[in-house]
Design a protein around this ligand. Structure first.
Ligand SMILES: [Zn+2]
Length: 139
């Protein structure tokens, strides 16, 4: 045991950030897939800590409460992928039971975009389904 050993373990998660261009792409996809849901994976840039810069759009759509689409694509271990994003065809960005199940199973950060898919109609959640802060940065 050394002096720094303890400090290392209490490292807390910095607030998440998302690149504006990435958020715009998410909202665009949500709009164009409506009334279906769309799903994607959130990816960070290694060089910019805790900043989501890319969304990997998953082919196909999510139907109703099924998140099979995510499970299929999350098999390969890719450490630059930190979580998921999907849209709701309603004005609610509250996670459903299936969403919570998905959040707990995979990833650290999750975004839900709701109608009308505007800049303020989305929310970010942690693995526990608790709302978390995410700031939009220019990039
Ligand atoms: Zn959902």
């Amino acid at each position: 045991m050394n002096f720094f050993g303890k400090k290392k373990n209490v490292k807390t998660q910095e607030p998440w950030k998302i690149a504006r261009s990435c958020l715009e792409l998410i909202l665009e996809c949500a709009k164009s897939n409506y009334p279906n849901e769309f799903g994607g994976l959130l990816r960070v840039d290694d060089k910019v800590k805790d900043t989501i810069t890319e969304v990997v759009i998953l082919p196909g759509t999510i139907s109703g409460d099924s998140h099979a689409i995510f499970q299929m694509h999350m098999r390969p271990i890719d450490f630059s992928i930190v979580g998921t994003v999907h849209s709701h065809p309603s004005r609610s960005y509250r996670p459903s039971g299936a969403d919570l199940h998905l959040f707990q199973k995979y990833g650290k950060v999750h975004i839900i975009a709701a109608k009308p898919y505007a800049e303020d109609s989305w929310k970010a959640y942690n693995y526990n389904g608790e709302e978390i802060e995410m700031s939009v940065i220019k990039r």
